[in-house]
Design a protein around this ligand. Structure first.
Ligand SMILES: Cc1ncc(C[n+]2csc(CCOP(=O)(O)OP(=O)(O)O)c2C)c(N)n1
Length: 382
């Protein structure tokens, strides 16, 4: 490097706190604290500061997430939900990362963060109205600091970057965590959000769950970079790979990133290696694109089973506690069923409202046709 360039680079680094290049190169080996047999190995870079209560809470949230997931799929099969996107297998990544946040920190999810929502205790009934095809989502994002579930891939990422920048302007010490999949990393908005956040050193954590697939497109078709974490280099933010089926590693890595963001250190890109054990959504048939041995491999990495082995060995998973969590899960699902089942749908004619100030002629014609068909189906026409 010639001298003037070096001086310029040092000045820029000083002004904008750009990390040194060597610090940005991610380790390809994912951070793992729990081995598949539940044995804990400490990593001094990512210390664990969890007491026994915290350790049990992680289990509780993972079970609540898994139980609600199962219930939601059944509700969809019974025609009560239009579609549902399972988080089965991703509970370790989701619960561990969300547990690293404060209650006043903001979460910007995609459509798959059901276990994250358990940690934040967002009302599951309100969230599931989203999957029922009624008003976009019935929960108030401000109440839970949990934004609307984003179905348009990547849109939550720029919104999250915007909120993080606003918090920075307001000198509010909150952190924003945004969740997305490997497929979302190919979207333009993801680039814009990460670039913006890093240039302005916004207090945000980009949490990518690399679950191997974007519906039927494998992750190998998403990027030519060595890993998703390597993309952080281009934005000047650290990228960390973590075993997403290890709830403790997901927590510890997220905790470092959250603390870093809160203390003015800027954003971090976390790539959690995990797997969605279910179909992409209840409208998908994964047997058409993935081999059976893949599922078997990941079944052996189940995040909940691994964590149960760890908790049992620590004496933190006695029958009474397991029964208590099972009962809480059953009660939650019973409430979901009673409040979702046969809840009124919105008027389908609303489809034609809220986009144009006045309904254009071609949409008015479609609305009249739809209303006619609905009336005929109900027998009103006879
Ligand atoms: C902008 C946009 N393009 C395409 C789609 C259709 N779509 C829905 S889910 C999905 C795959 C997303 O995969 P990934 O980001 O890896 O998340 P995952 O579903 O695996 O959690 C696509 C392409 C969409 N919802 N939004």
């Amino acid at each position: 490097m010639n001298q003037p360039l070096e001086v310029l680079e040092q000045a820029t680094r000083h002004r904008y706190h750009v990390p040194a290049r060597a610090d940005l190169l991610p380790d390809e080996e994912p951070v793992r604290l729990l081995s598949p047999d539940g044995t804990l190995t400490q990593d001094e870079r990512y210390p664990l500061d969890l007491d026994d209560h915290d350790l049990q809470q992680l289990y509780r949230y993972m079970v609540l997430g898994r139980r609600l997931d199962d219930e939601s799929i059944k509700l969809q099969r019974q025609g009560q939900l239009a579609v549902y996107t399972s988080c089965l297998g991703q509970e370790g990544a989701q619960v561990g990362s969300a547990y690293a946040l404060r209650r006043d920190d903001w979460i910007f999810p995609s459509y798959r963060e059901h276990a994250v929502a358990r940690v934040r205790d967002v009302d599951p009934v309100r969230l599931l109205h989203h999957s029922r095809g009624t008003w976009v989502s019935a929960h108030d994002p401000r109440e839970w600091r949990f934004a609307s579930q984003a179905v348009s891939i990547g849109t939550q990422i720029i919104q999250a970057a915007g909120l993080a920048t606003a918090a920075q302007f307001a000198e509010d010490d909150i952190v924003v965590m945004t969740y997305f999949g490997d497929g979302a990393t190919s979207e333009g908005v993801t680039h814009e959000g990460m670039n913006w956040a890093s240039v302005f050193q916004a207090p945000i954590v980009f949490f990518c769950q690399n679950n191997g697939w974007a519906i039927s497109v494998p992750v190998s078709r998403q990027l030519a970079a060595p890993t998703i974490a390597h993309r952080g280099i281009a934005y000047g933010m650290p990228g960390i790979r973590v075993d997403g089926n290890d709830v403790l590693a997901s927590y510890a890595v997220s905790r470092v990133a959250v603390d870093r963001a809160r203390s003015g250190g800027g954003p971090t890109l976390i790539e959690a290696l995990t797997y969605r054990m279910e179909a992409h959504s209840t409208a998908d048939d994964p047997t058409r694109y993935r081999g059976g041995d893949e599922l078997a491999f990941w079944s052996a990495q189940d995040p909940l089973e691994r964590y149960q082995l760890f908790l049992s060995a620590r004496g933190l998973l006695d029958d009474a506690f397991v029964a208590e969590v099972a009962q809480e899960s059953a009660d939650m699902c019973a409430r979901v069923r009673s409040e979702i089942y046969d809840a009124p749908h919105g008027d389908p004619a609303e489809l034609f409202e809220h986009v144009y100030e006045g309904v254009p002629a071609h949409l008015a014609a479609q609305r009249a046709q739809l209303q006619g068909e609905i009336a005929a189906a109900r027998g009103d026409a006879s």
